[in-house]
Design a protein around this ligand. Structure first.
Ligand code: Z5A
Length: 208
C-alpha cells in the first residue's frame, strides 16, 4: 500500500484537534504507519515561524509577509517531513495544509487567489493531499466553543466574525470545486457522529 496524504481543515472551534486524535488512533489500530504533523510548523524551523505567525504583535503584520511565512514554513515541512514520509510508504496526517492558505490568506485577508496559486505551484511542485477533511460549522458556534475551551487567544483568533465567515465560504467553495479530494464534515454534530462518518471515509481510503 502506498502512503496517503491526509489533511484536516476548518475554522476555529471546528474540532480539528479532537478529531485528529481519533483519526490517529483509528489508523494506527488498522496497522498503518503514520506521521502526524501540523502547519504552520512540523519542523524545528517551521515551529519558529509558527511562533512568529501566531504571537499577537503591536504592529500589524503585512498580509504578504504572513503569506510568505506560511509558504516558507510549508517548503521546509514538505522537504523535511512530508515527502520523506510518503516516499517511505508511511501515511501523513497534517493538521492543516495549503487549503488553509487559500481560505485564510485568500478569503480572510483578501489576497488575490492567482498570486497564492502561483506560490502554491512553486512550493508544492505537484504535491497535494489525497484527501482533506473539512470540518464545517457556523462561525458563531465555533467561536462559542473556543470561548468555552478557555485557552489563550492567538493572532488569528483576535479577528472578527466576518473574517471567519469569509474563510468558511472560501473553504466551502474549494470543496465544491474539488469534491473528490475535499470531504465536508458537518462539525456541528456530536463527536461520536463525526467519528462514525470519519471511520467510513477512512475505511474507503484504506481499501483503495
Ligand atoms: N493558518 C493560516 O492562516 N494559513 C495557513 O496556511 C495555515 C494556518 C496552515 C493556527 O492553526 C492558525 O494558523 C489558524 C489558521 C492559521 N488560526 N486560526 N484560527 P491551528 O490549526 O493550530 O489553530 P486552531 O484553528 O485554533 O485549531 P485547534 O486548536 O485545533 O482548534 P479546533 O479546531 O477548534 O479544535 P478543538 O480544540 O478540538 O475544538 C475546540 C473545542 O470544541 C474544544 O473544547 C472541544 O472539546 C470542543 N469540541 C470539539 N468537537 C466538538 C463537537 N463535535 N461538539 C461539541 N464540542 C466539540
Amino acid at each position: 500500500m502506498i502512503g496517503q496524504f491526509i489533511s484536516i481543515e476548518g475554522i476555529e472551534g471546528a474540532g480539528k484537534s479532537t478529531q485528529l486524535a481519533f483519526i490517529q488512533r483509528y489508523l494506527i489500530e488498522k496497522g498503518i504507519k503514520l506521521v502526524v504533523t501540523r502547519e504552520p510548523g512540523g519542523t524545528d524551523l517551521g515551529e519558529q515561524i509558527r511562533t512568529l505567525l501566531l504571537t499577537p504583535t503591536e504592529t500589524a503584520m503585512a498580509v504578504d509577509t504572513e503569506l510568505l511565512l506560511m509558504f516558507a514554513a510549508r517548503a521546509e515541512h514538505i522537504e523535511q517531513v512530508i515527502k520523506p514520509a510518503l516516499e517511505r510508504g508511511d501515511w501523513v496526517l497534517s493538521d492543516r495544509f495549503v487549503d488553509a492558505t487559500f481560505a485564510y490568506q485568500g478569503g480572510g485577508r483578501g489576497i488575490d487567489i492567482q498570486r497564492i496559486s502561483t506560490l502554491s505551484d512553486w512550493a508544492l511542485k505537484g504535491l497535494q493531499t489525497d484527501v482533506t477533511f473539512l470540518f464545517d460549522l457556523p462561525v458563531e458556534l465555533g467561536q462559542q466553543r473556543v470561548i468555552n475551551r478557555n485557552q489563550g487567544i492567538d493572532r488569528f483568533e483576535q479577528e472578527k466574525v466576518d473574517f471567519f465567515q469569509r474563510i468558511r465560504e472560501s473553504y466551502l467553495s474549494r470543496a465544491q470545486h474539488e469534491p473528490n479530494r475535499i470531504k465536508v464534515i458537518d462539525a456541528s454534530k456530536s463527536i461520536v457522529e463525526i467519528e462514525q462518518q470519519l471511520a467510513t471515509l477512512l475505511d474507503n481510503l484504506i481499501i483503495n
